[in-house]
Design a protein around this ligand. Structure first.
Ligand SMILES: [Zn+2]
Length: 377
């Protein structure tokens, strides 16, 4: 077993389920056990450790490799430490089978934690650490719920010239992903006895017409705009709720909307276009409000930057790509550090019951990242 595979297996067997997703099982939740494990390793090779308060009992872990000379650039390696819940004890055991490592977090995203951290440890042990490049490993908390870790880090004074954010990208370099808005749309009607429906005004009937427009006319409009890496924005209506019982004309109805956005779209522009479209169809008075309290902007990092071109070169890629899932890269780039995603494993394995990662990809990611960092000034 190579050291990076060993490290990944150890990380899988230290559970770090996001506590908000599993409130009743303190023995397997929280990022702190993983953080303590990494701190011990970091200190054993002389790396500088600090913490950043985020939520009660939950802190980002910062591990710094200082250059030999003065700092002229900073590269941030930022994987998240939390995972989604488990359905069985089995998932907390690392298992090696057919050149894969199985277990919760194997690909999302302890594979990235192992890759980034192992490379940092190797560089710390070598005498040829960079002259002028500081490398900062940031183990983030709470990616799987509110991205509180990356939001707190983005608000801090620490900025970098590039942040490589850990998610399974099958070794592609991702410079763009969609943002999202979760919107509640409510309409009111007038209640009446079910035996005299003509005396009321059904909110459900009004909503039915609205849903029809939002799922037919609106997507047609959305397909008229697109981003080169992300395609067009989309809309999904994920919930509908209205009325009280069969013999009352419903006086209220609401839906919840997941609207995936591309760069350039804002909450204001999205709300305005939904209102305008429903007005054009003479549809009922409605109220729109945002359900999410945190902003989820699209990621749109410009690939022309020197460090990104360098990284493309060392990974043998010719171009950056886009993905559909939201990530910590968005808050970090909003905070002023250009961010990309890069990591071993496939997002289609994330959150599954038999989550796994390819050992070959894990070792390739390690080689690519190490090569890139060693080439820095
Ligand atoms: Zn993840």
């Amino acid at each position: 077993m190579t050291p990076i595979v060993r490290l990944l297996c150890d990380l899988i067997e230290i559970p770090s389920v996001n506590p908000d997703l599993c409130p009743d099982q303190p023995e397997i939740t929280g990022e702190e056990r993983v953080a303590q494990f990494l701190i011990e390793k970091a200190e054993s090779v002389g790396l500088e450790v600090s913490r950043q308060a985020v939520l009660p009992g939950r802190e980002n872990l910062l591990v710094r490799l200082s250059p030999k000379g003065e700092v002229q650039q900073r590269i941030i390696l930022a994987p998240h430490l939390d995972t989604v819940p488990v359905n069985s004890e089995e998932q907390l055991k690392a298992e090696l089978k057919e050149n894969r490592v199985y277990g919760r977090g194997a690909c999302d995203t302890k594979g990235c934690v192992a890759t980034y951290f192992h490379v940092l440890m190797e560089l710390a042990k070598q005498s040829n650490r960079p002259e002028h490049t500081e490398i900062l490993f940031v183990g983030l908390v709470d990616e799987e719920v509110n991205q509180s870790g990356s939001r707190a880090f983005a608000e801090s004074e620490i900025k970098g010239d590039l942040a490589i954010v850990g998610e399974p990208t099958e070794l592609e370099i991702i410079a763009a992903h969609k943002g999202n808005f979760w919107i509640k749309l409510e309409v009111e009607g007038k209640a009446a006895h079910g035996a005299e429906p003509q005396m009321g005004n059904s909110a459900v009937h009004k909503m039915a017409a609205i849903v029809d427009v939002l799922l037919t006319a609106y997507p047609k409009e959305l397909r008229k705009r697109s981003h080169p890496l992300l395609g067009s924005p989309t809309i999904n209506i994920g919930q509908i709720n209205g009325g009280h019982q069969p013999n009352i004309v419903p006086d209220s109805c609401w839906i919840s909307i997941d609207r995936r956005s591309i760069p350039g779209e804002t909450a204001e522009s999205v709300f305005a276009e939904i209102h305008e479209l429903l007005d054009q169809h003479n549809l009922a008075e409605r109220k729109l409000s945002e359900i999410r309290t945190v902003p989820c902007h699209p990621l749109d990092t410009k690939p022309e930057q020197r460090l990104i071109r360098d990284f493309l070169g060392t990974t043998g890629r010719t171009k950056v790509m886009g993905v559909n899932f939201f990530s910590d890269a968005s808050p970090i780039s909003q905070g002023g550090t250009p961010a990309i995603l890069f990591g071993p494993g496939s997002i289609s394995q994330a959150h599954t019951d038999n989550e796994w990662i390819s050992i070959l990809q894990l070792e390739m990611a390690e080689g690519m990242l190490k090569h890139f960092l060693e080439k820095q000034k």
